[in-house]
Design a protein around this ligand. Structure first.
Ligand SMILES: *Cc1c(COP(=O)(O)O)cnc(C)c1O
Length: 379
């Protein structure tokens, strides 16, 4: 469909084209100098010791669980109001998930109190997800983790460039996982990154992302090694040079693009304040300690307005919307695994949530067209 206002849009131009051509001309396509440079720059930007490029954020979450020795018999606490990959990655390891509820309609991130209620003797880790790029209650979550000896893996797929109290999201816990999927703030089509302060975890992740091999094609190409051993069960979860080259260009644009997302988000809040729409996270406006990434713009519909009618009306005006997210515990697959889960706040929000268009190149005309279409359907 040819949307007048799409839900999301890439900020791609000549620099991305040039970066790809340079990789093609270099005749080295994967796990080389460009990926190393991307990892280094990403680590510097986040103020973290290690950054490791991988194929996508789903495998980043899987590797994070494996590096922390999560497996059969263990439990990991995750929100249900997130993309399904957050929970799937835990199940890949043979561990079980326990779902925690969110804070409330104003703050759609996971509730520390609900996490605490899900802790059992089998609990090994917590995976908070920084919904829309707004920080979870990290001080409370880290305190809870320390008290119970739990690891923390941050699902920071929405949050590149975001921080809380000057500390980048993704670097609060043991491991942070980022996504470079095509609709994310930093886009390479497919791609992901793990970050960690811990040398031991970085070493494990480096091994496991490439077959558990002790030396890589790149080292051998450079004459640093001629053979290798396999010392762990590994995977091919690598990132290639073309995507890393795109990532380097996109990383340069990230701060300005996040700032543009902030401006659009604040204009949405100003124009929709006093309407019948709920505006989650609007309390973050003017909060100095948090720098969100403003990945998406979620709203909550009034209970007397059917979500399908809202989405259809905006569609008729050429405006694309989405839902973030259908709660994981309500999917058929998860219902069968965990039939007894009840999360009142997640379920309430899950039926009323809608996501409006937000992307750095969104024009004033597009923003106003969206607001007008919303006013029509609310009237
Ligand atoms: C996009 C996303 C993922 C998965 O990222 P991929 O890179 O597509 O595997 C995981 N968690 C959240 C919250 C996401 O938005």
């Amino acid at each position: 469909m040819d949307w007048q206002v799409p839900l999301a849009d890439l900020d791609y131009g000549e620099a991305e084209k040039q970066a790809v051509l340079e990789v093609l001309d270099s005749r080295w396509l994967t796990m080389g100098a460009v990926t190393q440079k991307f990892e280094q720059r990403f680590a510097e930007a986040a103020g973290v010791q290690h950054a490791l490029g991988v194929s996508n954020a789903t495998v980043a979450l899987h590797l994070a669980c494996l590096a922390l020795d999560i497996g059969p018999g263990d439990e990991v606490i995750v929100p249900s109001l997130t993309f399904v990959a957050t929970a799937n990655a835990v199940l890949y390891t043979g561990a079980q998930v326990r779902f925690a509820d969110i804070l409330g309609p104003d703050e759609l991130t996971v509730s520390p109190e609900s996490i605490a209620a899900q802790i059992t003797p089998r609990t090994k880790a917590i995976i908070p997800m920084h919904y829309a790029g707004y920080p979870c209650r990290m001080a409370e979550i880290m305190e809870l983790a320390a008290r119970h000896g739990l690891a923390v893996i941050e699902d920071a797929a929405h949050a590149p460039g975001a921080s809380l109290n000057g500390k980048a999201l993704g670097t609060w816990g043991d491991i942070g996982c980022f996504s470079f999927f095509s609709n994310k703030n930093l886009s390479t089509g497919e791609g992901g990154m793990l970050v960690t302060h811990r040398d031991d975890l970085a070493q494990k992740i480096r091994l496991m992302r490439s077959h558990g091999m002790t030396s890589l094609t790149w080292d051998r190409h450079q004459g640093h090694a001629y053979s290798y051993d396999v010392v762990a069960l590994g995977y091919n979860y690598r990132l290639d040079e073309i995507r890393s080259a795109l990532g380097l260009v996109q990383l340069e644009k990230l701060a300005a693009n996040n700032a543009r997302r902030q401006v659009i988000t604040h204009r949405y809040w100003e124009m929709l304040r006093g309407s019948r729409l709920g505006l989650p996270f609007s309390q973050f406006q003017g909060m100095p300690e948090a720098i969100p990434a403003y990945h998406i713009f979620p709203v909550l519909l009034p209970s007397d307005l059917e979500r399908k009618a809202f989405i259809d009306h905006l569609k008729m005006r050429g405006i694309q919307t989405s839902i973030h997210y259908p709660p994981i515990h309500q999917f058929s697959f998860y219902r069968q695994l965990y039939p007894a889960v009840e999360l009142p706040v997640t379920e309430q929000v899950g039926t009323r949530q809608a996501t409006l268009p937000l992307y750095p190149s969104m024009t004033d005309e597009q923003l106003i067209a969206t607001i007008e279409a919303i006013q029509e359907i609310l009237a």
